[in-house]
Design a protein around this ligand. Structure first.
Ligand SMILES: [Zn+2]
Length: 272
């Protein structure tokens, strides 16, 4: 009551608020703007200076000490970039695309060599810069009620040697003396699944060496080609490069210049 009585006369408001507006204008960097926004500034004069008054970066530094803690929700890629700036670090994909399905075929016998090549609890890892692109792909596809299913991500060089011993066919298995982009943490094998997790129809199963697995293959059902092209478009929009003979394989741009590496797929130490 008393407050209202005090504020009621119009001249009181003018005298109270005018100094605030004046005090703010020297701090703002646009002179003309202070005039235009004067009526608005009267309502909330202090709001603007508050965030700009703390331009340091204590927040990112603090958050960077726990890089892969957040499991819920999907990270904003721009925040993600700030949180952990090392582009070469191998990062677990599920920590940043929590709704992806991971089915590492080399951790099972269901692969073209018919042998288990990865430890059972292997993670899908990618270089951070490649993962950042994949986060964008997942975001775009989520808007269409689609998700990613990941069949292979980073592959240790030791496994590449084993694959090569069993199937030394350049073009399908990278020569371990040079290493492939999976060995660089910069390639990914994946497909699309619907909201229920069911795979969309594609021209061939994973790791098929038939012509139908080629990107330009014009046979098969129209739906399989549409789905293949949908995956391709989504990946290319984020900068990934196709592999002409494998519709499921994509490389990060500039992957060949990156170093080959041999790191464990299992958290902590490598498994026997
Ligand atoms: Zn691949």
């Amino acid at each position: 009551m008393r407050l209202r009585r005090l504020l009621a006369p119009a001249w009181v408001g003018v005298w109270l608020l005018a100094p605030l507006a004046l005090a703010q204008s020297p701090g703002s960097n646009t002179q003309g703007r202070a005039r235009e926004t004067a009526p608005v500034a009267r309502q909330k004069p202090q709001v603007k200076p508050v965030p700009t008054a703390t331009p340091q970066q204590p927040l990112p530094v603090e958050a960077a000490s726990k890089p892969s803690g957040g499991q819920r929700g999907v990270r904003d890629p721009s925040t993600f970039e700030q949180l952990a700036p090392d582009p070469a670090e191998l990062v677990e994909v599920l920590a940043h695309i929590p709704d992806a399905l991971v089915e590492l075929r080399y951790a099972t016998r269901d692969n073209f060599v018919g042998e288990v090549m990865y430890p059972a609890d292997s993670r899908c890892l990618l270089r951070r810069d490649a993962l950042l692109r994949l986060v964008k792909v997942a975001d775009a596809l989520r808007a269409e009620q689609l998700r990613l299913k990941l069949w292979d991500c980073y592959r240790p060089l030791a496994v590449q040697w084993k694959l090569w011993e069993r199937f030394p066919k350049p073009g399908y298995v990278a020569d371990p003396r040079r290493g492939g982009n999976h060995n660089r943490g910069a390639a990914i094998d994946l497909t699309l699944v619907d909201a229920a997790g069911d795979e969309l129809e594609m021209p061939t199963p994973y790791d098929s060496f038939q012509k139908a697995a080629h990107q330009g293959y014009a046979g098969g059902t129209a739906r399989s080609r549409q789905n293949r092209d949908r995956l391709r478009r989504a990946m290319e929009a984020a900068g990934f490069r196709i592999n002409r003979s494998e519709w499921w394989h994509f490389d990060a741009p500039g992957a060949l210049k990156l170093p080959v590496r041999d790191e464990p797929l299992v958290a902590g130490e490598a498994q026997p």
